[in-house]
Design a protein around this ligand. Sequence first.
Ligand code: ZN
Length: 154
Amino acid sequence: MDLKDLYREVILDHNRSPRNFGRLDPADADATGHNPLCGDRLHLTLRLDGDRISDLAFDGQGCAISVASASLMTEAVKGQSRGEFSVLYQDMHRLLTEAEFHPAHDLGKLMALGGVREFPARVKCASLCWHTLDAALKQNDAANATGGTTISTE
Ligand code: ZN
């Protein structure tokens, strides 16, 4: 099995059985992300323990890439500090957009998402959940008790 097949298998697996699918109730922060180009809509809930993302879950509807990306993201960032997430967020942005990017940190299964670079229309599908999590954390920073940030990648 070559790397491309392996990556395809990771995407298919996470689309078929998304990890951390659902909603946390209560949650410390939440946000909705919408990618109008494809119709992907994801809702993210998270719990924070001090500086750490102690738990997170997503639900919603989207294409295989957007669902697989969200599923992979929840596995990768659970337990991370905000600082760790912010480094990973930047790495993922580069992975999805730069052909010659070689990450300094081991991105593990997230590397499977690098394949979308060849399909520019799908980059927003893969990045939607990352922007949504970033928005949820910023919303929590702002201590905005009204809850529910909605972002659009348009
Ligand atoms: Zn999509």
